[in-house]
Ligand binder design. Structure first.
Ligand SMILES: NC(=O)c1ccc[n+]([C@@H]2O[C@H](COP(=O)([O-])OP(=O)(O)OC[C@H]3O[C@@H](n4cnc5c(N)ncnc54)[C@H](OP(=O)(O)O)[C@@H]3O)[C@@H](O)[C@H]2O)c1
Length: 288
């Protein structure tokens, strides 16, 4: 990889008053298998985080329930005191001992989760906290006012900088906005999963960041002959084209691909510089 690759080549976004490079990083893949336990290669995980910063990444998406606790502990070890970095965590879920993903949306659970994140990350205030609502393939759509009010109170106490929502419908976003400002929405979206086209536009219209989870497809990487053809044409890889497509989709779209590999990290950051033509975009738009 060349040394002039930079996450900043895709431009910046104002995330609640902080400028973040639109190509960020998600910590979920730094843990052990099944997003449980420590990584096989602890030093390698630390090196990935530090290399991300060297490459201009300043937006880190995380959660105390990755590992659990492992991702935040690695972040702290590698990057504390986080000069110039914006940390975004999420609350609303927990893991049991077998690794099952459970809801943790009670008022006390939410307060405890925020305090746990503060302590584990070693900060006095978390830049952004997302309220993660239930559902996986799609949001269940249950009302979120009670939960969001708890986080809004913690924000008023100065423990949280800004608030976001995750795995939500348009209606849930509107519910949250009646309680406190929302700076980001984090939902499932990528080149082949586009249920959220309208929500991406709503967020863009309102100056809210839309931060897709599974930008590369998550556990099943995006794959399509059209992606491969365009990647070959640009001497690029399929993940790079998938990221470039996302970044060209809308200016409020921030990518947070996850990886445990420095090679993949560098590849993804280089993808931020890839410029797709209007014909490429039209071809790729037809995938989903
Ligand atoms: N709000 C939510 O509910 C929610 C849910 C899921 C995720 N998230 C957040 O979103 C972030 C992104 O999602 P994700 O990490 O699950 O999925 P993703 O970014 O779509 O894909 C990650 C997977 O792609 C592989 N990968 C990454 N770069 C690659 C490359 N250049 N070439 C080949 N393979 C590559 C990674 O494996 P290697 O390690 O081998 O590179 C990993 O298996 C997470 O890290 C997390 O912060 C949020």
């Amino acid at each position: 990889m060349t040394s002039n690759i930079s996450a900043t080549h895709a431009g910046h976004w104002d995330l609640g008053g902080r400028q973040v490079a639109r190509l960020g990083y998600g910590t979920m893949r730094l843990t052990g298998p099944g997003i449980m336990g420590p990584p096989k290669d602890h030093d390698g995980a630390i090196a990935v985080l530090r290399r991300a910063v060297e490459l201009g990444v300043n937006h880190f998406d995380t959660s105390d329930y990755y590992g659990p606790y492992v991702a935040n502990e690695l972040l702290r070890e590698a990057l504390h005191p986080y000069d110039g970095l914006v940390l975004v965590t999420k609350v609303g879920a927990r893991r049991d001992e077998e690794g099952a993903w459970l809801n943790a949306l009670g008022a006390d659970e939410l307060r405890e989760a925020v305090h746990d994140n503060l302590r584990r990350l070693g900060v006095e205030r978390i830049d952004v906290v997302n309220l993660r609502m239930p559902g996986f393939a799609e949001p269940e759509g249950t009302p979120l006012e009670e939960q969001f009010t708890v986080l809004a109170q913690l924000r008023e106490q100065g423990l949280i900088g800004e608030l976001g929502v995750s795995n939500v419908t348009q209606d849930q976003l509107a519910q949250a906005q009646k309680i406190a400002p929302v700076v980001c929405v984090q939902n499932l979206y990528n080149i082949s999963q586009r249920r959220d086209e309208e929500l991406v536009r709503t967020c863009a219209d309102q100056g809210i960041a839309y931060v897709p989870f599974f930008p590369l497809g998550g556990f099943e990487l995006v794959d399509d002959p059209r992606l491969k053809t365009i990647a070959e044409h640009h001497h690029a890889t399929v993940p790079q084209v998938a990221l470039a497509w996302l970044l060209q989709r809308s200016p409020n779209l921030l990518a947070i691909p996850g990886t445990s590999s420095i090679g993949h990290l560098e590849e993804n950051v280089a993808g931020a510089s890839l410029r797709l033509s209007a014909d490429d975009v039209a071809t790729l738009d037809a995938i989903a």
